[in-house]
Write a protein that binds this ligand. Structure first.
Ligand SMILES: [Zn+2]
Ligand SMILES: [Zn+2]
Length: 344
């Protein structure tokens, strides 16, 4: 089958003809209908995130049709539309049995530790394949499996309750989903902090309060817009020490901030006024859980989570087209998501 693989770090991906994977009794073979091209794939190619065993087929945002099922698989049959949860886990360790598979001791990420979806077929454990409702296209089913799922996990970790206000720092792929999902969960006012004028515009069009961080202290702006109260929940999606600090500072009494963006910097806070006195909380967020995907799929099926057609771009399963899309991702400032749709 055709696949597009990372052969050497720092070099363009290469097309390779490799065998269609053999499946085990608890696996399914999926004919890939769509595979999202993610920022982390650009990081793997550049060597910013390490991949140990090369060559490897990248791609962790996958949807397609079941081609073949293993003998022990009961909940899926050939022809079913599915999307893929990218964390392959053992199902038996102390974390897996508690439904915390992102900490599985032998956990693997599809498209990083094992072959991913930049190929005509992929083999995954059947429990990683989720039925994709007919109303959700393969393209959207694929891209939801990464940033949208993590945005939902962040809101769940922050225990967002109906009516609570939310501040979202950064309006990239995560923020675009987080805004819609916060609303789907019944939140109150949403403040989105950005500096990019085009993004500030789209935030306003989506009915949220756009906070232009270039126009003055964002904390002052949020305090003023919230009548001095601050917010109940904040999400830091950028991964910078200064916005992490702001995500803490904008909290009101009993506020919770969820840190999603990655940084190697340290941050400083004043424990008494910024945490203790408000009983505020800082919560780390890592990936997402299989148990969250049915709710996520239902939000998309019911139209509460949307990806307008103009935000999607399609390329073929072709090394040159995929490399060009990865190049473009490195300095993208818009919401355009590129999805591989194999032409045959
Ligand atoms: Zn991704
Ligand atoms: Zn496990």
């Amino acid at each position: 089958m055709k696949s597009v693989r990372l052969v050497q770090v720092g070099k363009p991906l290469e097309e390779a003809d490799i065998p269609i994977p053999d499946i085990g009794s608890s696996d399914v073979l999926i004919r890939v209908a769509a595979a999202g091209i993610c920022h982390s794939d650009a990081h793997y190619r550049a060597g910013i995130s390490r991949i140990d065993d090369l060559p490897l087929t990248l791609g962790h945002e996958i949807a397609g049709r079941v081609e073949e099922v293993g003998g022990d698989v009961e909940h899926l049959s050939a022809g079913d539309r599915v999307c893929v949860h990218y964390l392959v886990h053992c199902g038996t360790c102390q974390f897996c049995v508690r439904g915390l598979e992102q900490f599985c001791r032998s956990g693997q990420m599809i498209g990083k530790h094992c072959d991913g979806g930049y190929a005509q077929f992929i083999k995954v454990p059947a429990r990683n394949a989720f039925a994709l409702p007919d109303k959700i296209s393969f393209e959207i089913g694929a891209i939801m499996m990464c940033s949208s799922a993590t945005a939902l996990h962040a809101l769940n970790k922050a225990r967002l309750k109906s009516g609570e206000s939310v501040a979202i720092f950064g309006f990239g792929g995560l923020g675009f989903s987080a805004l819609q999902l916060a609303r789907a969960l019944g939140c109150g006012e949403i403040y989105v902090i950005e500096i990019n004028p085009a993004k500030l515009d789209s935030i306003r069009k989506l009915g949220a309060v756009a906070i232009d961080a270039n126009a003055g202290d964002p904390i002052e702006q949020i305090k003023e817009a919230s009548g001095g109260k601050g917010v109940d929940v904040s999400l830091e999606l950028i991964g910078s020490a200064s916005t992490m600090r702001q995500a803490v500072q904008c909290l009101g009494v009993l506020g919770r901030t969820a840190f999603v963006g990655l940084t190697a910097e340290s941050i400083s806070i004043f424990p008494y006024p910024e945490l203790i006195n408000k009983e505020a909380e800082i919560i780390g967020v890592s990936d997402h859980l299989a148990t969250e995907l049915p709710a996520l799929l239902e939000f998309a099926r019911s139209g509460k989570l949307r990806f307008p057609a103009e935000t999607l771009r399609v390329v073929d399963l072709d090394a040159a087209q995929i490399n060009a899309a990865l190049d473009a991702l490195q300095d993208s400032i818009d919401h355009i998501r590129t999805v591989i749709v194999p032409s045959k």
